[in-house]
Design a protein around this ligand. Structure first.
Ligand code: DGT
Ligand code: CA
Ligand code: CA
Ligand code: ZN
Length: 576
């Protein structure tokens, strides 16, 4: 069982216990356990199997949770959770999140109208069955309908790239406001999380109400949710929220630190401050004995005052960052300008729109010195995937084009070869052997059982001609979960066979994820950050991959395509 699955079970336990109004300590224990397990970069199952290890020693996981984990692993489910699920149907939980409907009302509605889904609730409202119920009324019914729409939209966190698009627009709008002295985006956006729940903007301004007025005049604003002296929340589009706080210059660093989070990171920071005799909050750092202020204007000053280094926002998740600080081993995280190659892109030979030359020219414009052309193989019939014959034709063309790019760009003869449903590669070995670069990926049979998918990928890793596994878990953020795969086994085998792993920079993929990247790094597996461009503009998504790589703690050394072409060739020679 995956760590993420175990963590989900504990989170659900916490949620259901909370719903029933159970002991907060018990609820928190489950939440903390879920976070600890989700953040763990090795498999809980293998720690439990290892007699020299003690899972209970891992912070956040106590004896009780170890027992629950054992039950979960041996039985595949948790009896307590099954019982809670029966008592509280999913739909009641979903309904209780609708603005204006609490747990009690939701439970009553569900029972009296025998609702099984939110769609049932909507239907009941449209048929006036809710309004006619005692204690509800037509007004409440309308409020529930409105709330339903908002709840559905709000349930969608924006992908980071979508949030980033919004940030650019709001930044552009705010630039015209003269009252702003300092401005910074905080929250999960600044940390580069895969999805963003809401945006948190901090400003220092010479005129508070002027800057709030200015935000309210943003064309995309649909509603002002609340406006106070120092904080304003607006709605943008149907349900996305933007919070802005206006703070004093002497508090800016403290507010930035506080509102960047994560909450878990901040809990640790507060504890450290306390141990040093300080109190820290969004207004500054203060001595505990006489309340005098020692820092607050700058974020680095805030950390420095309590004996901590500044942390890149991407690693502020209370995973490894405090240990790195203590050991003075803070990684210098990778940056986009260190990328020298891009080893996954499609052309108009399959489902891309650009020609080889167009992709090559665009790569040069973006400062790259090597690329691989990796069109689909024939199994991807929808994209007119290449068979061996067409692939060899494409390679002939690359041979012809190469001299034009001599000294400017290396063009590798590559392929994104499908791993077939029954296992095995979509193209014969003699063909793959002629390639400079072979990506292997799973596009079909994603619903197969875990063992089967794992075996298919292990087979590809063991194939001597496969250089790299592309988008190894297949997830699409906000659309489709990862297929079931034993990622521990995959990474272990990749390390043994010298097969590289891709971090696909497509903002909907970001695959591998941050936790997997950290695991790959620990195993010494070189990561390749690729755009998977299907058009010239597709090459611009590299920066999303860089954000994700930083969240995984990767440095230049961990990422293979930061190497010069010469060094990269050495790596390829060594990995075959
Ligand atoms: P999101 O918006 O769900 O994607 O995630 P964040 O991390 O942006 O969370 P948000 O917007 O609720 O708050 C921004 C940061 O402010 C959060 O990372 C930590 C801090 N913060 C907010 N509320 C609390 C709180 O109640 N306690 C603590 N310790 N920190 C908080
Ligand atoms: Ca936020
Ligand atoms: Ca917020
Ligand atoms: Zn591709």
């Amino acid at each position: 069982m995956e760590n993420a699955t175990i963590a989900d079970v504990f989170d659900e336990m916490a949620q259901l216990l909370e719903f029933r109004g159970e002991n907060p300590f018990r609820i928190r224990a489950y939440r903390n356990g879920a976070k600890a397990i989700r953040d763990l970069d090795e498999s809980v199952a293998s720690i439990l199997e290892d007699e020299s290890r003690d899972l209970a020693k891992i912070p956040g996981i106590g004896k009780t949770l170890v027992e629950k984990t054992q039950t979960l692993l041996s039985e595949g489910k948790l009896p307590q959770l099954e019982k809670l699920r029966q008592e509280i149907p999913d739909v009641v939980i979903e309904m209780s999140r609708i603005p204006g409907l609490g747990a009690k009302k939701a439970a009553r509605l569900q029972q009296e109208l025998e609702l099984e889904s939110l769609a049932d609730l909507r239907k009941a409202c449209h048929e006036d069955r809710v309004g006619k119920l005692k204690g509800f009324g037509m007004k409440t019914q309308q409020a529930i309908l409105d709330g339903l729409e908002i709840a559905e939209e709000a349930a969608k966190r924006l992908r980071w790239s979508e949030a980033d698009g919004l940030v650019q627009l709001i930044d552009q709008h705010m630039q015209a406001c003269d009252a702003i002295d300092q401005k910074e985006w905080a929250g999960s956006y600044r940390r580069g999380r895969e999805t963003v729940g809401d945006l948190d903007l901090l400003v220092v301004a010479s005129d508070r109400s002027a800057v709030m007025d200015h935000l309210e005049s943003y064309a995309g604003r649909t509603q002002t949710i609340m406006r106070g002296d120092t904080k304003i929340s607006i709605r943008v589009g149907k349900a996305f929220q933007v919070d802005m706080r206006v703070v004093d210059a002497e508090q800016f660093g403290a507010a930035l630190q506080y509102f960047t989070g994560s909450q878990a990171h901040n809990v640790h920071v507060r504890k450290t401050a306390k141990e040093q005799g300080f109190k820290i909050n969004e207004y500054g750092v203060f001595r505990t004995d006489d309340d005098s202020r020692v820092a607050g204007a700058t974020e680095s000053g805030v950390y420095e005052a309590i004996g901590l280094p500044w942390f890149d926002p991407e690693i502020r998740e209370d995973r490894n960052e405090f240990q790195w600080a203590e050991q003075e081993a803070m990684p210098r995280l990778i940056s986009e300008d260190e990328i020298q190659g891009d080893l996954h892109m499609h052309t108009n030979a399959t489902d891309g729109t650009g020609t080889i030359r167009e992709m090559a020219d665009a790569a040069i414009q973006r400062g790259l010195s090597y690329i691989a052309i990796t069109d689909h193989s024939k199994r991807v019939s929808m994209a007119m995937g290449l068979d061996a014959e067409r692939l060899r034709e494409q390679w002939k063309m690359i041979d012809e084009i190469r001299p034009e790019y001599e000294g400017r760009l290396q063009i590798l003869k590559g392929i994104e070869c499908d791993i077939l449903e029954p296992g095995g590669m979509d193209l014969p070995d003699d063909c793959l052997a002629e390639a400079d670069w072979v990506l292997a990926s799973v596009h079909y049979g994603q619903r197969q059982p875990r063992d089967q998918i794992t075996e298919r990928i292990l087979g590809a890793i063991e194939n001597p001609y496969v250089t790299c596994i592309a988008h190894p878990t297949g997830r699409l953020i906000n659309r489709r979960p990862a297929y079931e795969v034993d990622i521990d086994a995959v990474l272990k085998s990749a390390a043994e066979h010298g097969t590289l792993m891709e971090l696909n920079a497509n903002p909907a993929r970001l695959d591998l994820n941050d936790v997997h990247l950290a695991a790959a790094k620990r195993l010494g597996i070189p990561i390749v950050i690729n755009t998977d461009a299907h058009a010239v503009e597709g090459l611009d998504v590299m920066r999303f991959g860089i954000k994700q790589a930083r969240r995984g703690g990767l440095t230049k050394q961990d990422v293979a395509n930061t190497r010069t072409w010469g060094q990269f060739q050495e790596l390829l020679a060594a990995s075959v």
